[in-house]
Design a protein around this ligand. Structure first.
Ligand code: CP
Ligand code: NVA
Length: 307
């Protein structure tokens, strides 16, 4: 494993499998009340420049369950908000803490933080990637479907951080991946370039959601306007509305028994109908729960002393 978890592009298939295996073990330990305080005495600094419910709570609870401690730093209230350079913040936090989790806008900021911090840095979401979420998604899919290789994952909606990380994570795990998005809302070019180099698993970029969903084993969507895109909301509603939605027709095109995943928060009636959401709520909330277990695996692998 590398020092940091910045984006799934940096991980090998073996790295991802290892994280998912440790995540399963973490879940087992927690469900069976087995002591797993592998990070006793260790501290994680959590920097948030955007809102969060799941990421904040799951990292904080995860550190506690591992015997460590997590501290919340809001971008606005810390000196970061007053312009202290990221390279100085990195070197200061490394003197107190054992790891840093950051949620921010630019991927470059996270990469910069990792470059200057001598301790592990974990990406808790940027405009480019959401690796912790996709590790939880892959864990949930494997749990429900018993495997990843050979399955077809379909993403309908904006070519955003979730789309980027799902394409990379899915393809690396041997899944076929298809994405349906409107023109002008494609996934990042770096991700499309990576998809172009993959052999074995297939990648398709479509305009028609029904074409993307055909024979899919897993159907995934996310909001049309991400954090930081609030001003584009109306324009995006026009571009996505009426078509880029996980609904009954999309589920009818997918394989019978197909799963649905949504990183949450969800906007019912926009990217997903209430009916599809509620019919798959079990899988979607398993996915939310698995953030905890997948991140505990990442924390242990990056910050723990392994024998
Ligand atoms: N899915 C996700 O990252 O949720 P939060 O924004 O609540 O952390
Ligand atoms: N694409 C969404 C994901 C939220 C977890 C956003 O960036 O706001």
């Amino acid at each position: 494993m590398q020092k940091d978890l910045l984006k799934l592009l940096d991980l090998t298939r073996e790295d991802i499998t290892k994280i998912l295996n440790v995540a399963d073990q973490m879940k087992y330990n927690q469900k069976h009340g087995l002591i797993h305080n592998y990070l006793q005495g260790k501290t994680l600094a959590m920097i948030f420049e955007k809102n969060s419910t799941r990421t904040r709570v799951s990292f904080e609870v995860g550190m506690y369950q591992l015997g460590g401690h997590a501290l919340f730093l809001s971008g606005k209230e810390s000196q970061i908000g007053r312009g202290e350079p990221i390279e100085d913040t990195a070197r200061v936090l490394a003197r107190y803490c054992d790891g840093i989790m950051i949620r921010t806008y630019r991927q470059e900021e996270v990469e910069e933080l990792a470059k200057y911090a001598s301790i592990p840095v974990i990406n808790g979401l940027t405009d480019f990637a959401h690796p912790c979420q996709v590790l939880a998604d892959l864990m949930t899919i494997r749990e429900h479907m018993t495997r990843l290789e050979g399955l077809k994952l379909c993403f309908i909606g904006d070519g955003n951080n979730m789309a980027n990380s799902l394409i990379v994570g899915g393809l690396k795990c041997g899944m076929d991946v298809s994405v349906a998005c409107p023109e002008g809302y494609e996934p990042d070019q770096q991700v499309l370039d990576f998809a172009g180099t993959v052999t074995g698993a297939k990648f398709a970029l479509c305009r028609d959601p029904l074409e993307a969903a055909e024979h899919a084993d897993v159907v995934i969507t996310d909001v049309w306007a991400s954090m930081g895109q609030e001003e584009e909301k109306e324009r995006r509603q026009k571009a996505f509305g009426g078509l880029y939605q996980v609904n009954e027709a999309v589920m009818a095109a997918a394989r019978p028994g197909a799963m649905v995943q949504h990183c949450l928060p969800a906007h019912r009636g926009e990217e997903i109908t209430t009916e599809v959401f509620e019919a798959h709520a079990g899988e979607i909330f398993d996915e939310a729960e698995n953030r905890l277990h997948a991140q505990k695996a990442v924390l242990y692998l990056l910050m723990g002393e392994q024998v």
